[in-house]
Design a protein around this ligand. Sequence first.
Ligand SMILES: Cc1cc2nc3c(=O)[nH]c(=O)nc-3n(C[C@H](O)[C@H](O)[C@H](O)COP(=O)(O)OP(=O)(O)OC[C@H]3O[C@@H](n4cnc5c(N)ncnc54)[C@H](O)[C@@H]3O)c2cc1C
Length: 576
Amino acid sequence: MVRTITTDVLVIGGGLGGCMAAINAADHGARVAIMEKSHTERSGAAGTGNDHFWFWDPEIHPRRGWTIPDMVRDISFDGEYGKTKGGLMDQELLEIVAAGTKEAVDNLESWGVQFRYDEIYPWNLQYDAPEGEKRYRIVPQFQSEWDTLNYDGRDIKKRLTEQCLKRGVEIYNRVSGTGLLTKDGTVVGATGVHMRTGEFHVFKAEAVIIATGMDQMRLFRTQSGDWFNSQSPPYITGDGEAMALRAGAEVFIIPAGKTGNAGFQYFRNLSRSSGTATTCYPAGRFVNSEGEVMIRHPAVREPLRKRRENVEQSIREGKTPFYLDWTDATEEEISYAEWSYGNEGLCWIILEMMKDLGLDFRRDAFELELEPAGMFTGGFLALFIDTDCATNLPGLYACSPVQFAGEVAAPTYVVLGWRSGEKAAEYALKAEGASLDEVQVESEERRVTAPLTADGGHPWQEVNKELNNIMEEYKGYVAGWSLPGEEAEVSRSGLRNSITQLEELKQAEMVAGDSHELVRCNEVTNLIDIGIMMVTAALKPDQFERGFWFLGKLVDGEPEFRKTPIVVKYPSKEGP
Ligand SMILES: Cc1cc2nc3c(=O)[nH]c(=O)nc-3n(C[C@H](O)[C@H](O)[C@H](O)COP(=O)(O)OP(=O)(O)OC[C@H]3O[C@@H](n4cnc5c(N)ncnc54)[C@H](O)[C@@H]3O)c2cc1C
């Protein structure tokens, strides 16, 4: 069963970025199709909602002395967020993102997402607006200026889906992208498989946009230890990156590392949440076991870097565990934070669970998971794009995953999605007319569907588990088992062994009982390809020089790497 679809622009991944790309490509006169593994109304990281959105408003921020260059500098270097990035920021893209956030908010508002209110509160930014005009609820977040909107974002994906359909975008839900199609080095389409029927899909397109999200879930073990109990959607499994790599696209790569200081991101006993940061503003505070306040408003993700002395002192004095405590907040503050929970992805589920358990923020404090300093973090790779969202392959564009261009949060992908849609449509409408390589299509179908017809083999879970074991070892070789800065031979031979193990794992035959399992098998294959690239990169002794992007691509199936300077348009005010 093969279904063939012809379009101008194909968007792979109908998350926030992908939907924005599709809408703008259609607005630029292109025929557009979205291939979405899940369902665009509820798919991706924003599927269950978003409650905050950072932006730069020309009516508000310049009056407060906050320009776009200030914002770019802050997010790259000087602010709470910038300090975590180690200079890895594409400032040219970030400038485009910052400048595009207000237009994004205006568009989303015109499509029915509420951003402005009659009532604003004492803890919101007080700014001048004409009498009677609704105002934004602006709160502080990671940046040094108040720049974040709280809003009714629970159904943002529904609103975006409506706008896609209104413009005639063809949405192929439950179709998981499996590979890019190329002709003479140009991307001319992609393939996918229907998660429920197994039907193989062939998309012929003048331009393709990768929008499959900024995660490689299930490459490493998850925080909870359970693949499907995670904050990020567990099926954002690096498919876009793997497809792009196999087609010859260039990616940027960062290695495994270590957390520098202890942090609180999760509740101790409710791991599917992100309610310990901006979302609990202004009611929440972090306290130790004696009730002493560590930080009043945990509206920044890395509060411990700011307040680490308090926390470390408490640890030394045995005043642990720590809690998120709203109990001394006013009723008005609690109601406001509960409204944010009602919009934030997964957090509204916490409110439901609390109801069932008879818990109430007015009365009960919640234990926090203390993530100790020195924990290993995984590596990461993403497509490398220029300021037109174009990759090194003609016909291939991307908005997510891409190199860092702002916070890894909604505004970045909303704006980059919008831009990639425009640029891909312009390219597609001028392109000559794609033709497919039928041999390539047939071989891709055989590769992708092989687990369905296999006589025997491993279920995907076995292979995924082994992959996790190897990648956890990799973290140790890169980030943990040698003295800092040492290129120890033990670690290098460990990495070489890891590559051999990954290559053997790639040969392991997998078996799928149905098309759902087939998609899981393909995800694991993609993760292995990403793992091989990541581990091979880690063997390069000069990887990760400050001030450079480390890039890699496959040439005739072999990894090749290079470095390119990170352009710094707005240097840190605090010096290098
Ligand atoms: C719980 C939670 C709450 C958040 N809250 C906020 C917030 O309040 N404010 C904020 O700024 N940010 C927030 N974020 C982050 C924000 O939601 C993401 O940064 C944003 O959704 C990223 O958009 P994206 O288009 O890059 O990826 P996503 O929106 O994740 O979309 C990726 C899409 O690709 C699809 N896909 C993946 N693989 C394939 C494939 N092979 N074929 C076809 N489709 C595929 C996925 O199903 C998904 O729909 C939150 C994230 C989470 C997880």
